[in-house]
Design a protein around this ligand. Structure first.
Ligand SMILES: Nc1ncnc2c1ncn2[C@@H]1O[C@H](COP(=O)(O)OP(=O)(O)OP(=O)(O)O)[C@@H](O)[C@H]1O
Length: 282
C-alpha cells in the first residue's frame, strides 16, 4: 500500500466582509480589511490507496472544504495537499457548467481531466446510458433537476476513471434505484483498488461502504481511523448533541468555534445571532 492522499497542516480560510464596499476596496488595494473565517485549520492526515474514507460531521464543519481541496477545486492557504494521481469530484452543486449542455459538460470535464478527444468519444455513450437523462443530454444543465445533475456528474466522474473519487453528498438527491446503481459502481471502483472519499450524512451508508472515517468537527479532525469505532464515537456525540436545548447548542457551538478558531457565521440553525455573538465574545 502507498500513500494516495495526504494533508499536511492544511488551513483554508475565507475573508468575511460585513460591507460590500470593503470587498471592492480590497480588490484595488493590497490591504485586507475583512475578518478571516476558518473553514479548516491545521489539518493533517494521510490515506493509503484502496481505502474508502467516509467524511462525517455536523453541517458547516468543513467536509465540503475538505472534498474541494482533495479534488483540486480549491487550494489551501497554508500547508500542502498531496494527491498521487487524478482526483474527480462528484457534488450536487459543483463540477458541471449550467450554461453548457450535458454533452458539452462531458467533453469539458473529460478535457479538464486530461482525456483525449478519442477517449471522450468512447466514454460519452456510457455516460449517457448511466446518467439516464434521455433527450435532456442536449439541454443546458441549468434546466436539469438536482437528481439529473447528480446522475450526470456521477456518470461522468465514474467513467473518467480517476485514481481518487470524491463523492460529496451526491447520492442524497437520487432515488433509491439510482443510489443502489451508484453504490454498485463504487464497489466496482473499490474492487479495482481505487481510493474513494465519501461525504455523507447517512451513517448507515458510511458504515456499510467505507473502510475508514474522518470526523470533521468545526474545522479540525476530531477522530480518524477504522470506520466502525469513528462512527460509533460520532453517533455518541450526536445523541448528546440532539438532547441539547437550542440555547445549549448555541453555547456549545460558540465554545467549539472559539477553541478551534473555526468560522464565525457558520451555523445554519442559529436563529438568535445576537445571543450567539454575545457568547462568542465572552
Ligand atoms: N466560499 C466560501 N466562502 C466563505 N465561507 C465558506 C465558503 N465555503 C465554505 N465556507 C464556510 O466554511 C465552513 C465549512 O463549510 P463546508 O461547506 O466545508 O462545511 P460542510 O461540513 O460541508 O457543511 P454541510 O454539511 O452543511 O454541507 C462553513 O462555515 C462555511 O460557511
Amino acid at each position: 500500500m502507498s500513500t494516495k492522499v495526504e494533508f499536511k497542516n492544511v488551513t483554508k480560510k475565507y475573508k468575511m466582509y460585513t460591507r460590500q464596499i470593503d470587498k471592492i476596496k480590497d480588490l484595488f488595494t493590497s490591504k485586507e480589511s475583512g475578518d478571516f473565517h476558518y473553514a479548516l485549520s491545521d489539518v493533517s492526515f494521510s490515506v493509503e490507496s484502496g481505502e474508502i474514507v467516509g467524511i462525517i460531521g455536523l453541517n458547516g464543519s468543513g467536509k465540503s472544504t475538505m472534498s474541494n481541496l482533495i479534488s483540486g477545486v480549491t487550494m489551501p492557504n497554508e500547508g500542502d495537499v498531496y494527491v498521487n494521481g487524478t482526483a474527480s469530484l462528484i457534488a450536487i452543486s459543483a463540477g458541471l457548467n449550467g450554461q453548457l449542455t450535458g454533452l458539452e459538460n462531458i467533453e469539458l470535464k473529460g478535457l479538464m481531466m486530461g482525456l483525449s478527444k478519442k477517449q471522450i468519444q468512447e466514454i460519452t455513450p456510457k455516460v449517457i446510458e448511466f446518467a439516464e437523462v434521455g433527450k435532456f443530454i442536449n439541454q443546458p444543465v441549468k434546466n436539469y433537476s438536482s437528481g439529473m445533475r447528480s446522475r450526470l456528474g456521477f456518470a461522468i466522474s465514474i467513467n473518467i476513471d480517476p485514481d481518487v473519487l470524491v463523492i460529496d453528498e451526491a447520492l442524497s438527491v437520487g432515488d433509491p434505484t439510482f443510489t443502489q446503481k451508484c453504490l454498485d459502481k463504487m464497489n466496482e471502483f473499490k474492487e479495482n483498488g481505487k481510493t474513494i472519499f465519501f461525504i455523507s450524512h447517512s451513517l448507515g451508508q458510511v458504515k456499510s461502504f467505507c473502510t475508514k472515517a474522518i470526523w470533521v468537527h468545526y474545522g479540525k479532525i476530531k477522530d480518524y481511523g477504522d470506520v466502525l469505532p469513528v462512527t460509533a464515537q460520532y453517533q455518541k456525540f450526536l445523541a448528546d448533541y440532539q438532547k441539547m436545548t437550542p440555547e445549549e447548542r448555541i453555547k456549545f457551538k460558540a465554545e467549539q468555534l472559539k477553541e478551534n478558531n473555526h468560522g464565525l457565521l457558520m451555523t445554519n440553525d442559529v436563529k438568535t445571532k445576537k445571543g450567539f455573538f454575545d457568547i462568542f465574545k465572552k
